[in-house]
Design a binder for this molecule. Structure first.
Ligand code: RIB
Ligand code: CA
Length: 315
C-alpha cells in the first residue's frame, strides 16, 4: 500500500530529485508539494517546483507556496551552490503546472484533516512551514504519521562548521519541530554525504535514454561543478532524496534512536543539531537518526523512479 506523503522543499537540485523519487516510486502516494524560502527565494523555489513537475509529467499533485522568510533570521539563500535561479544548469520550458492558490500551511492543514489516514511529511528545506503548521494547528499533530526530514548532522555542518543549511537558515523552526513530540526521523549530512552522484550514477541516468534522464544529468553536472568549487567534493552529495528513500524502504536508510537538540544561543554553534548518540545526558529520545545508507539500493530506487517518469512521458 503506497504511503501518503507531502514533500516540503526548496528546489534546489537535490530537492528536484527528491520530488522525482517520490512521484516515480510506487511505494509513495505524493499528495502535495509545498515550497519554502531556502536555497533561493520563495518565488524561485516555487517556480522551480513547478518546472520540475512540468518536465517530469507530475500533473496531479498540487504545488503550494509557503513562507518567504525564516521565523526570526533574515533569509540567506545558497546561490553559490544552486545558482541564481536555484536550479541552474538545464534550460526549462515555461511551466504548465500552476501554483495552488492556498498557502502551503493551509494546504497541509486541509490534507492532514481530510486524508483518511495519517500522512508522512518529508521536509527537505528549512522547517519554517512545518513549524508554522504545528504552531497554528497543533490539533493536526496526531494526523501526522511521521516527519522524515533532511537536515542537521551528527557531525559537522556545511553552512558553518557546526550547522547544516536547512537548520541554520531557520533554527527556531527546527527547534519547534524537534520539540514537537511528533515521530521524527533526521537524515543529516552524516548520512547524506554517503549519497554521492558519481560519474557512474550520471552514466546510468544518461543510459535511460529519456529526456528526463538527460535533464537529471544536466542538473547533476551543474551540481558537481558547484560542490567541487565550494566544498572540494569530487562528486556531490544528493541530500534530499535520502529522506524520501527512508520512507520508501527503511532498509535503505539505517537509523538509531537518540535525543536531538537544536542549538539556538551558541555564538559559534547556532543552528547545530546536538545528537546525543550515547545518551550521556540522560535526555528523552525524540528522534530516529539516520546513520548508514545502502547506497546501491538508494541509487537503484532513484534511477528507477526517473526511468518510470521518463517512460510515462514518452509513451
Ligand atoms: O544542507 C543540505 C540541504 O540544504 C539540502 O536540502 C539542500 O537542498 C539545501 O536545502
Ligand atoms: Ca533542499
Amino acid at each position: 500500500m503506497a504511503r501518503p506523503v507531502i514533500i516540503d522543499c526548496d528546489p534546489g537540485h537535490d530537492d528536484a530529485l527528491a520530488i522525482m523519487l517520490a512521484a516515480g516510486d510506487p511505494a509513495v502516494d505524493l499528495l502535495a508539494i509545498t515550497t519554502v524560502a531556502g536555497n533561493q527565494t520563495l518565488a524561485k523555489t516555487t517556480l522551480n517546483a513547478r518546472r520540475v513537475c512540468t518536465v517530469a509529467g507530475i500533473r496531479d499533485v498540487p504545488v503550494a507556496a509557503g513562507c518567504d522568510r525564516p521565523l526570526i533570521e533574515p533569509l540567506r539563500v545558497a546561490a553559490e551552490v544552486h545558482g541564481e535561479s536555484g536550479l541552474d544548469g538545464p534550460r526549462f520550458p515555461e511551466p504548465t503546472v500552476p501554483a495552488a492558490p492556498e498557502h502551503a500551511v493551509e494546504l497541509m492543514h486541509r490534507i492532514l484533516t481530510e486524508h483518511p489516514e495519517p500522512v508522512t511529511l518529508v521536509p527537505t528545506a528549512p522547517l519554517t512551514n512545518i513549524a508554522l503548521l504545528l504552531t497554528r494547528y497543533p490539533e493536526v499533530a496526531p494526523r501526522i504519521r511521521e516527519i522524515v526530514l533532511m537536515g542537521g548532522s551528527t557531525e559537522r555542518g556545511n553552512t558553518t562548521p557546526a550547522a547544516e543549511f536547512n537548520v541554520h537558515v531557520d533554527p527556531e523552526a527546527a527547534d519547534v519541530v524537534f520539540r514537537s513530540g511528533v515521530p521524527l526521523t533526521m537524515c543529516g549530512l552524516n548520512v547524506t554525504h554517503q549519497a554521492l552522484a558519481t560519474p557512474e550514477v550520471l552514466a546510468r541516468l544518461e543510459a535511460l535514454g529519456t529526456p528526463l534522464g538527460s535533464l537529471c544529468v544536466e542538473l547533476l553536472t551543474f551540481f558537481t561543478a558547484r560542490y567541487r568549487r565550494v566544498f572540494g567534493f569530487a562528486a556531490p552529495p544528493v541530500h534530499d532524496p535520502v529522506a524520501v528513500a527512508r520512507v520508501i524502504d527503511p532498509g535503505i536508510v539505517h537509523c538509531v534512536p537518540a535525543p536531538v537538540a537544536v542549538e539556538l544561543h551558541g555564538t559559534q554553534t547556532r543552528g547545530a543539531t546536538v545528537v546525543d548518540l550515547h545518551g550521556v545526558l540522560g535526555r528523552p529520545v525524540n528522534a530516529q537518526v539516520a546513520v548508514t545508507l545502502e547506497t546501491e539500493l538508494f541509487w537503484d530506487r532513484l534511477i528507477a523512479a526517473v526511468d518510470t517518469l521518463g517512460r510515462r512521458l514518452r509513451d
